[in-house]
Ligand binder design. Structure first.
Ligand SMILES: [Fe+2]
Ligand SMILES: [Fe+2]
Length: 258
């Protein structure tokens, strides 16, 4: 069968959660998506609380992935241990709560979802995401694997996708909050896009008030970032995967603008 997987970019703040709650069920129907993975690392601006995670699951996420802001709301720690539908990057080097891979059954197919984080320009303290991917993909029972690679550098994301070509059915990037137009299928069947973009305020710098970002670049005192106001967008990408061959057959953007 053809399995449709919808991947949703970083949900930013109250605005991002609001558009997700209002529009994700409809987008699921419109795209006929069977399975939905949402990156939730910015639900609190930075980090996510258990209440915000529950709200995203109610909005229609089957799995929530995270990133470099995983520990900004430290109360998520216990929840990561208890709730199997939320993942944090697998390659944290330390002894931290939660898990970076989960296997979920959808339409009779066991889908392994991996959350990995890049090191270039992001966190050099991590274990290698490439070796972590090898280790995770070689264990556990699943039919096909998909990867949220949370990374800054387009080069690291591209290298990961090509490294996993033929082993993962889909690899998508998160973190930059800027959607890319390079959706493609690699030679051995991995569907790939460099970045999904974000789900949050349109008139913003990556979701936050432009003046706060400008202040930082002008050398002003660091201050707490505030979420921008106004209409939001929902950035997402739809991967269609043949469950027999385990290859991706199409990658297309599925964005909503309000
Ligand atoms: Fe991030
Ligand atoms: Fe983010």
């Amino acid at each position: 069968m053809l399995l449709k997987l919808l991947a949703v970019g970083d949900v930013v703040g109250e605005g991002g959660q609001d558009i997700l709650s209002r529009r994700l069920h409809g987008l699921r129907e419109d795209t006929k998506a069977h399975f939905v993975v949402v990156n939730g690392e910015n639900a609190s601006g930075v980090g996510i609380t258990p209440a915000q995670a529950r709200r995203m699951l109610e909005a229609g996420a089957d799995v929530i992935t995270l990133g470099n802001h995983t520990w900004n709301r430290i109360q998520i720690g216990d929840y990561l241990d208890k709730e199997p539908r939320i993942l944090r990057p697998a390659n944290y080097a330390g002894r931290v709560p939660g898990r970076g891979m989960g296997v979920y059954t959808c339409q009779g197919t066991r889908i392994a979802v991996l959350n990995l984080m890049g090191r270039l320009e992001l966190n050099s303290n991590l274990d290698s995401p490439f070796k972590s991917a090898d280790w995770l993909l070689n264990r556990g029972s699943y039919d096909l694997a998909v990867v949220d690679f949370h990374a800054e550098a387009t080069s690291e994301k591209g290298a990961m996708a090509w490294y996993l070509d033929g082993r993962a059915a889909a690899v998508w990037g998160t973190h930059t909050h800027v959607p890319t137009a390079d959706g493609q299928i690699l030679p051995k069947g991995t569907g790939f896009i460099t970045d999904l973009g974000m789900t949050g305020p349109r008139r913003s710098v990556l979701g936050i008030k432009p003046e706060h970002s400008i202040n930082l670049f002008l050398g002003g005192l660091p201050r707490r970032y505030e979420e921008a106001e106004g209409n939001c967008k929902l950035n997402a990408c739809l991967f269609t995967i043949d469950t027999e061959t385990k290859k991706c057959v199409s990658v297309c953007r599925a964005d909503i603008e309000e």
